[in-house]
Design a protein around this ligand. Structure first.
Ligand SMILES: Cc1ncc(COP(=O)(O)O)c(C=O)c1O
Length: 458
């Protein structure tokens, strides 16, 4: 909802004054890329900032400004930019060719590393994105059980294939069960016949669907913590409850750990002891290169053995390419329990600092998340569902967008939806610097909030 206010004008004016080269490149890009964009998550008005290089936890834009990177390519750069071991691994592999069209050792070396760490993954297969990973995990569940339907959570994001393009935007109706709807243009309505939608943190809604349709439902898929939806954390009983329900009704449980793997050496499944039948992975396991993987119990995954008569089919020109394997090995190896503790502690400090900054500013707001993941909400009330996140955002006018732009003006690079994540090169100094920028930004935004969203003023 566009609004008019002098604070907004000032923020936008500063943004455009600082970033003339980005503006020029955006104009140039519009000729061959629709709107200058090739990825929704990185586009925002008035135009996104073009980056020239990254090092550690910093990015430098084409106008020469440096930013602390709290976006990290949406969590995939858990070690920040140009990590020495990852760069060396990529360089060493690149001189020996980037892909062979034949197997290479790196494929099973990275798989060994991952299967040792993730208790629910005995074997795995690679894809080239998290999207393909969840697509294949869902397909594996349908092939294994012989049942057609996947149960997902309202507001859950699992990439952009057709089966997941349902209720990414949560249902805001009062209906006991979310009303399923197709999300993206061009996705056939028929997909709704193969997807059921329950509410996260609401086991009753899951059981209602399982009771009615267990004969059709192959699997439940969820992120253990809903990241894109707004870092919505599972209540203590939710994940164990899903496991119990999956067993009771004879359906598989799929965890999408594309993002949550970073929270514990063995992923969220090891952290909670709730072991899924199938797991989707991506992002950090490629050390910054394009990757995905799906894996699970040997009983299911062994059906992909190509020597097996009637084995499950799975192909992809770049699956397990040596470059991604090399970067992935370096990335996962460097993500030690100590490194994870380090970023998780910084993340906790960051979320605490966000809550304090809002309280000091006299504005209702808070951060949710866990470990090295955080999300800023314009409410101090408990956020337990994707629908809560959207409802509060709708009441915040343009504050989320203006905060994002004002933080960029101050050299803090975060996701425009309000998501922050930490990388291993960060220290308390970067967290302090970012919290200071947040305090200043809230001070700048307060007159806007007072005029346009007075319910947010304490
Ligand atoms: C939880 C989750 N699953 C799957 C995906 C899709 O991964 P990719 O963008 O690599 O296709 C994402 C991407 O953000 C994600 O956050």
């Amino acid at each position: 909802m566009p609004t008019n206010h002098p604070v907004k004008d000032q923020i936008l004016a500063r943004y455009t004054e600082r970033t003339p080269q980005s503006r020029a490149l955006d104009a140039q890009a519009k000729t061959s890329l629709p709107g200058g964009d090739t990825r929704w998550a990185t586009y925002h008005l008035p135009y996104p900032i073009y980056m020239a290089r990254g090092a550690g936890c910093t990015l430098t834009d084409v106008d020469g400004h440096t930013y602390l990177d709290f976006q990290n390519n949406y969590t995939s750069l858990v070690h920040g930019h140009a990590h020495p071991a990852i760069t060396a691994a990529v360089q060493a592999q690149a001189v020996n060719s980037v892909v062979y069209g034949a197997p290479a050792e790196g494929q099973f070396q990275l798989a060994d590393l991952l299967t040792k760490r993730l208790p629910g993954v005995d074997q795995l297969r690679y894809t080239n994105s998290g999207t393909e990973a969840t697509m294949m995990a869902m397909r594996a569940a349908r092939a294994f059980t012989g049942k057609p339907v996947i149960l997902k959570m309202d507001g859950g994001y699992h990439g952009s294939h057709d089966m997941t393009e349902v209720n990414i935007t949560p249902d805001l109706s009062d209906s006991r069960l979310p009303i399923p709807k197709v999300e993206a243009d061009g996705v056939a309505e028929a997909v709704l016949g193969a997807v059921a939608v329950a509410r996260f943190n609401d086991l009753e809604s899951v059981e209602m669907l399982l009771k009615a349709r267990a004969g059709e439902i192959a699997a439940i898929i969820t992120e253990p913590l809903m990241n894109s939806a707004g870092m919505v954390v599972a209540s203590d009983d939710f994940l164990p409850g899903l496991r119990t329900l999956a067993d009771r009704y004879g359906v598989l449980l799929i965890f999408d750990e594309v993002v949550t793997f970073r929270l514990h050496e063995g992923g969220y499944q090891a952290k909670t002891g709730v072991i899924p039948d199938l797991t989707a992975l991506g992002k950090l396991i490629g050390g910054g290169l394009a990757i995905g993987a799906f894996g699970g119990r040997a009983e299911i995954m062994s059906l992909y053995d190509p020597a097996r008569p009637n084995g499950f089919h799975h192909s992809g020109t770049f699956n397990g390419n040596p470059l991604a394997m090399a970067a992935g090995m370096a990335s996962v190896s460097a993500l030690t329990p100590q490194a994870i503790d380090h970023i998780n502690q910084l993340g906790a400090e960051f979320r605490r600092g966000v809550d304090e900054a809002f309280a000091e500013a006299g504005i209702h707001g808070c951060a949710t998340g866990e470990g090295s993941l955080a999300y800023i909400h314009w409410t101090a009330e408990k956020v337990t569902s994707a629908a809560d996140v959207v409802r509060w955002k709708q009441k915040a006018a343009e504050l989320p967008r203006l905060l994002h732009l004002e933080l960029l003006n101050q050299g803090i690079f975060a996701a425009n939806r309000g998501m922050f994540n930490l990388s291993t090169p960060m220290t308390a100094a970067e967290v302090d610097q970012t919290l200071a920028a947040l305090r200043a930004a809230l001070y700048t935004l307060k007159p806007y909030a007072a005029d346009l969203t007075p319910h947010l003023i304490m």
